[in-house]
Design a protein around this ligand. Structure first.
Ligand code: NAD
Length: 472
């Protein structure tokens, strides 16, 4: 794939990263592998972007974002195919991601037009009656955006959209495992009129990420990815703003009065969407003992009926994991839990990067599979008799993004929702629901800030007060 975004790297003769299709190992494309040596050049280009972006009036920013949304829509089929080839998502899942990306861009355009600041009520308290004024939302300047592989398009849009709406420049470092959808999105943005220097593409791995994070003139790091990487970034960033969207270990509470068939269907989808490589994917399902056996039977039956294989085929429900290494790691975690006494209900077979959807019960609460984010098509079932204990188990995680509650009793659900420690509680839905305009982020360890267009936009802008003192 060639593009003017890559010109800088090509000139400097960087080595290449090859991108392989996770299902069949075929070569999908290659990108330059930049490192610390290229960072001064990237920063130089971005400096021009800071000036050009801040000079764009809000109508231009909004127009560019709307234009890009139209171009993505026009090319939706190609976008979906690219996500399938580089990330291994199924066609249905990829099509959904493309639609969400279009929404994210449109929401960002709205934010550019709408969220410009507020009047400050200076006369609200004694002492400032002679003053009038307002605050505006000004750009931060240069933002480094670092993204993971699992939603290679929409998670990039969630950083670029609000950053451009706020008049910032961005150095974008997409995942080295799946950077091609991000490049295609950038092409749409520039075709829609975005000056090229506003987003500087930086393809590469951890070494590049580290050097970008450390650069003093960067005002904010907007990171989505794993905890260990997040910790490295926080250590290396120094005095700059951090936004961290990290992992989860989502619990779902199933109460005895739920709609059983809808609950099973939504939990299966929540557990295995994108082959479980989903930060809000359902990992632990706590089910009331009175319905445990019927839930388990239906859940396993539905899981067994899922078609695993080529993500490009319409009938496939679950594609491969990102690579064989990720599937082997998952296999190892499940073996460990089995050795610690867990019971396998289905799955736990692997062919290359394809790991069969796996259901376990009686998983020891000290095992890594229970405590850590699995980020794979593996789900744990557990029966409870006391709701208090179930809530305590749901909350017994060092970090949390989303949780789910299934019950027909809305007032009970609302009481429970208040007690669940999570950034989002979905009632009569699995943990795996996100709308791109809602605040999105975690509770507890590691979560800093919220995405969701308005919230990211506010994080990516700074208020500037102008105050007039009326002298006569
Ligand atoms: P990762 O942390 O391995 O990589 C993410 C990005 O960080 C990549 O671009 C990578 O090159 C870069 N990186 C790696 N080391 C770095 C360093 N030292 N300094 C700077 N950058 C560095 O994550 P991944 O495996 O690509 O993605 C999976 C993780 O992402 C999971 O934990 C998942 O829960 C999380 N995730 C979170 C959300 C969310 O919105 N909360 C969404 C999707 C994925």
């Amino acid at each position: 794939m060639t593009s003017s975004f890559l010109a800088l790297a090509e000139v400097q003769g960087a080595s290449q990263i090859d991108i392989f299709n996770p299902f069949d190992g075929s070569l999908v494309g290659s990108v330059p592998c930049l490192g610390a040596a290229q960072v001064p050049g990237l920063l130089k280009r971005a400096r021009q972007g800071v000036r050009e972006s801040a000079a764009l009036p809000r109508c231009r920013r909004a127009g560019i974002l709307e234009g890009a949304a139209q171009l993505v829509e026009r090319d939706a089929v190609a976008f979906a195919r690219l996500i399938v080839s580089e990330a291994g998502k199924t066609l249905r899942q990829a099509e959904k991601e493309v639609k969400r990306c279009i929404n994210t861009l449109k929401l960002s355009a709205e934010e550019a037009r709408r969220n410009a600041g507020e009047v400050v009520p200076f006369d609200a308290y004694e002492g400032s009656e002679s003053r009038q004024g307002w605050f505006t939302r000004e750009p931060l300047g240069l933002i480094v955006a670092i993204t993971p592989y699992n939603d290679p398009l929409n998670l990039v849009a969630h950083k670029l959209g609000p950053a451009i709406a706020g008049g910032n420049a961005v150095i974008l470092k997409p995942s080295e495992l799946a950077p091609l959808s991000a490049i295609k999105l950038l092409q749409c943005l520039t075709a829609a009129g975005l000056p090229e220097s506003v987003v500087t593409l930086a393809t590469g791995g951890a070494e590049l990420g580290k050097a970008l994070v450390a650069a003093r003139e960067v005002r904010m790091i907007s990171f989505t990815g794993g905890f260990i990487t997040g910790e490295h970034i926080a250590r290396g960033a120094g005095l700059k703003k951090l936004a961290m969207d990290l992992g989860g270990n989502a619990p779902v509470l199933v109460l005895e009065d739920c709609d059983l068939s809808a609950t099973v269907e939504l939990c299966v989808s929540g557990a295995f969407w994108a082959a479980g490589q989903n930060c809000i994917g359902t990992q632990r399902i706590l089910i009331h003992e009175s319905i445990y056996e019927s839930f388990r039977e239906r859940f396993v039956e539905l899981t067994r009926s899922l078609t695993l294989g080529d993500p490009a085929r319409c009938e496939t429900d679950i594609g491969p994991m990102i690579n064989e290494q990720a599937a082997c790691r998952t296999e190892g975690l499940v073996c460990e839990a089995l050795a610690e006494g867990a019971r396998l209900l289905c799955g736990h077979t692997r062919k290359d990067a394809c790991y069969a959807p796996t259901v376990l019960e009686q998983v020891d609460h000290t095992s890594r599979l229970w405590r850590e984010e699995v980020f794979a098509p593996v789900v744990l079932l557990e029966s409870y008799d006391d709701l208090e204990r179930a809530v305590a188990l749901a909350n017994a995680s060092e970090y949390s993004l989303h949780a789910g509650i299934f019950t027909r009793d809305l007032s009970r659900a609302l009481k429970l929702a208040r007690r669940i420690e999570a950034g989002g509680v979905m009632i009569n839905d699995s943990s795996d629901y996100r709308f791109d305009a809602m605040p999105f982020g975690g509770y507890k360890y590691g979560s800093l800030g919220r995405e969701g267009v308005r919230f990211a936009y506010e994080d990516m802008t700074q208020p500037k007060v102008v105050c007039i003192n009326q002298l006569d």
